[in-house]
Design a protein around this ligand. Structure first.
Ligand code: ARG
Length: 282
């Protein structure tokens, strides 16, 4: 039994990890392109290939289905090239939907487009937010707590709005490095009480908060963070993450997870990967 620092049974054995089936929302990158730059990864001069983006995205969707998840798709809207990043479209907790209100005008029309999908698909507790928030890009649920990013996109005032709406404790975390502009680029939830993150993406105070709450967290190297290794989706057993994050893949295996490397290089040109493409509905 390697010592991994994860919670162990009295016998010293970790309980076996089990996958929880989720319902996910994704958006096909039919109109994918990089026509503007709102994060340091985006260079509109660099060519993009929509066909490759579609293939890579389709592979991710099929992987989710093969792992037992249900994937819903929202119709992409022409002129909204970042709509593929479904994580930003809303935040869903216990069936309640907090709409997204984007920081940049290039993406503002995505908020109502996503909220309309929820209204049409049987979600009846919807809130059009007062404050800017970029959905599950900055809100990550871990157990019965919500970790909330701010610093670049989501307004810190949104954190109180989310806490009031969902009735769960919201912990604010401040991002400082523009390469990691959403919480889901610097931190991923692995199970109801485990996370992995890149400390250097956070302020000193937020780093202390994370150490306090998750003393056994998986810590990502700068190399793994730089290939978007933290932009991952975990079902409690399978962890889908960019395949270039080889260090994290090893660390996750040691902890009893089943890492699944995914290649989404085309979407990385817009500053997104696995988790960005995935909005968890349940
Ligand atoms: N180009 C998009 C933006 O800058 C990428 C969004 C990535 N999404 C995410 N959940 N991190 O807004």
């Amino acid at each position: 039994m390697p010592s991994t620092g994860t919670p162990t049974h009295e016998s010293g054995q970790r309980p076996p990890r089990t996958a929880v089936a989720h319902r996910l929302l994704m958006c096909r990158p039919r109109y994918f392109d990089v026509t503007y730059s709102i994060n340091p990864w985006m260079n509109p001069e660099k060519p993009t290939d929509t066909a490759t983006a579609l293939l890579q995205w389709e592979h991710l969707r099929e992987l989710y289905v093969s792992l037992g998840h249900t994937v819903e798709v929202i119709e992409p809207v022409p002129g909204l090239p970042d709509m593929v990043f479904a994580a930003n479209g809303a935040t869903v907790v216990d069936g309640k939907v907090l709409g997204a209100r984007f920081r940049h005008r290039e993406r503002t029309a995505e908020g109502p487009a996503y909220l309309e999908w929820f209204a049409r698909n049987g979600f009846d507790e919807l809130l059009w937010p007062e404050h800017i928030n970029e959905g599950e890009g900055d809100y990550l649920r871990v157990g019965r707590r919500i970790l909330a990013g701010t610093g670049f996109r989501t307004d810190p005032r949104s954190h109180a709005e989310a806490q009031e709406f969902f009735g769960l404790p919201v912990t604010s975390l401040t991002l400082t490095n523009p390469n990691f502009y959403h919480l889901d680029t610097a931190l991923a939830v692995l199970s109801p009480d485990e996370i992995m993150y890149y400390p250097a993406a956070f302020t000193e105070g937020s780093r202390s908060v994370l150490r306090e709450l998750f003393p056994d967290a998986v810590i990502a190297s700068s190399e793994d963070a730089a290939v978007f290794g933290l932009n991952a989706f975990s079902d409690g057993l399978n962890v889908l993450l960019p395949q270039a994050a080889t260090g994290l893949i090893g660390q996750l295996k040691e902890r009893g997870f089943r890492p699944v490397g995914v290649s989404l290089g085309e979407l990385l040109k817009a500053g997104g990967s696995v988790k960005c493409c995935t909005l968890a509905l349940s």
